[in-house]
Design a protein around this ligand. Sequence first.
Ligand code: GLN
Length: 284
Amino acid sequence: MSTVAAALAAARTKLPASEARLLLGHVLGRPAAWLLTHDDEVLDEAALLAFASRVARRAGGEPVAYLLGYREFFGREFAVSRAVLIPRPETELLIEIALARVMRSGIHADGAGNAATSAARILDLGTGSGCIAITLALEIPQAQVTAVDASAAALEVAQDNAERLGAKLRLLQSHWFDRLADERFDLIVTNPPYIADADPHLLAGDLRHEPATALSSGADGLDAIRQIVDGASAHLAPGGQLWLEHGYDQAVAVKELLAAAGLTGIEQYRDLAGIVRVSGGRRQ
Ligand code: GLN
């Protein structure tokens, strides 16, 4: 016979207490806080086995988000599977910048300079779980949001999330701009793969379990960003903006790429760790 307290104590030898509580709460269908007040609750065999298996998988390196099946992003729960990148807290910076830009600047469809947010056409490239596109669609209900991904499996996850969270957006299977013909947008956002193919980080921690195509991109990690920046001008409306997340050591290279593509008003922002993480600019 084992209680909540005993099960958590046993797991403590393999995992941090906070992770053990999340996993046990998930197995029992209870919030982790419930466990704190139910120390002496007796667990049945099935729950113990399910918990032990998740503890073993986590100890073996599987990301907590995949074991739970969700990750919180910008205050909402997004379903995740092995087909998609796990949403990261630093990507919330891209959301904040996009929201500020749509609210304050001339990003809108009619070019008239008033009621700016009404019909902003927004494109999210490589949407994965849909966390960026869905968050923007929910935060700016008037916007027309399109999200593309090359992976059909990722689009299914994004579709699920959009339905569950009540977001209206268009999902399209496309490798970057390939299927967008001559469509133009007022705001293009993306968190593309940006890790160098040979980066040892890919062999450690959660990254080992996430889709390689969502993470790495060529010898210097900039292949996807080059393609996106190159293609952006043809898909930005006049005055439209491109904002992208990139790697901790790519700020200079990304700034040069944006300038070489003819974008102006280039700005760069630091994440909470003080790393220049998001860059963007405007089409004239
Ligand atoms: N847009 C998704 C995210 O930010 C997926 C990004 C990716 O797969 N590189 O989490």
